[in-house]
Design a protein around this ligand. Structure first.
Ligand code: AMP
Length: 396
């Protein structure tokens, strides 16, 4: 009987899961789902691989509202669905591996202690990523748990590209580096591009992960050379509700002259800015495209302008540009944003077939013309598969 791999992606109030069958070629999804509202009104949804709903229920009201209850509920639901088969390993999405972890790691008590040390680097995510590791270690003792990091892909950046121009001794003491994020998505795209277009994968690729959170990375021969996110996931491209890069002097102005406190500034920069802040309408591209408001157009224009500017900068960071890849919610689905970004990059030799760009499909596809100097791909990302592969490797 084939072993099973459980993938867990836990946040402050939700746990996403996917259960894979450990096929020798590649893990295959059996079930996926979500428990959300963990501390308010916990709800469990599970689907099969074809998106058919298998469960849609509230957790019993007498259970304590906690990650522990949520995970117990998930394991109890899985029990009759796995027909006595063994969960051989559990893979976890973990935000931060610092500069230390460039690969997934099996979590031992020593590793767990190191991962806890990274909590100050990602206080909104890291504790919630670690909680299920601790709980499942108790509930399923002996099953290897593998931490897969959003930062790991970017540890390959040259040291120079990880720096800010702060005093070097301060950087080193306080660990203020450009860590970068969305690394599991970039890992997937690098492996998929190698299968789809080995020539581009061996060259200089800029990957645009454009979703509610957005970033872009320069990837040379499959390794990260530079990325737009930095010490936190606030830097770089404008996002659904985040500013992206902003002059740090603005933050000083908000503090010193407008007397805003840290919480108010965090709210402004993380939750009220980006597409939402510019448009005053929505953080969702679909709503912005549907709107006739000039501010919706302004927000979309700022987004596509910023991305094109950053793509050129990333190409400069690796002194070459052979391929451009779009992925994540906007990158995969938004033909209007893609066409606009590519038009702004025409001067660099990017030319797309507009009809190919307009085709809706969940499959990877090339949309550049035969004459384009740059190969342009749309590749749906699959972060869970990257985690499942790493967990499967731990028991291979
Ligand atoms: P993600 O964070 O990768 O799930 O991406 C979510 C975002 O993708 C949403 O907020 C939308 O802005 C965008 N999105 C999803 N579907 C579409 C679509 N069909 N057209 C344009 N944007 C889309």
């Amino acid at each position: 009987m084939k072993e099973l791999i459980l993938v867990i992606n836990a946040g402050s109030s939700s746990i996403k899961f996917q259960l894979f069958e450990n096929e020798p070629s590649d893990p295959i999804t059996l079930y996926k789902g979500l428990i959300d509202g963990i501390y308010v009104d916990p709800k469990f949804v599970a689907k099969d691989a074809a998106d058919n709903k298998l469960a849609d229920e509230k957790l019993p009201a007498d259970l304590p509202k906690s990650h522990d209850s949520a995970l117990r509920h998930l394991l109890a639901w899985l029990q009759p669905h796995i027909h006595g088969r063994k969960i051989a390993a559990i893979g976890h999405r973990v935000l931060h591996g610092g500069l230390k972890y460039s690969e997934p790691v099996v979590v031992t008590p020593e590793v767990f202690a190191i991962l806890e040390e990274f909590i100050p680097l990602g206080p909104l995510h890291q504790p919630h990523n670690l909680t299920p590791i601790r709980i499942l270690n108790d509930l399923m003792p002996g099953v290897p748990q593998v931490a897969c990091f959003d930062t790991a892909f970017h540890t390959a950046q040259p040291d120079l590209h990880k720096l800010y121009a702060l005093p070097l001794e301060f950087t080193e003491k306080e660990h203020i580096y450009r860590y970068g994020f969305h690394g599991l998505s970039y890992t997937y795209i690098a492996s998929a591009l190698e299968e789809l277009d080995a020539k581009s994968a061996a060259g200089h690729t800029v990957v645009c992960h454009l979703g509610n959170g957005s970033s872009a990375s320069a990837v040379k021969g499959g390794k990260c050379q530079a990325t737009t996110m930095g010490f936190t996931a606030l830097e770089g491209l404008p996002m659904g509700t985040r500013t992206g890069s902003i002059d740090a002097g603005v933050v000083l102005h908000l503090m010193n002259n407008l007397k805003m406190d840290a919480q108010q500034i965090e709210d402004l920069l993380y939750k009220k800015s980006g597409l939402l802040g510019l448009s005053g309408i929505s953080s969702d591209m679909r709503e912005l495209h549907a709107s006739t408001s000039p501010r919706a157009k302004l927000a979309v224009d700022f987004f596509t302008y910023s991305i094109s500017r950053n793509v050129a900068s990333l190409a400069a960071s690796m002194q070459g540009f052979d391929a451009l890849v779009f992925t994540a919610g906007i990158g995969e689905n938004d033909n209007i944003a893609r066409a606009d970004i590519c038009a702004r990059l025409k001067w660099l030799g990017v030319e797309i077939d507009l009809a190919a760009n307009n085709i809706r499909s969940g499959e990877p596809r090339k949309i550049s013309t035969a004459n384009s100097k740059i190969a342009v791909w749309i590749i749906p990302t699959n972060e869970e598969l990257v985690i499942a592969r790493a967990a499967a490797n731990s028991v291979a």
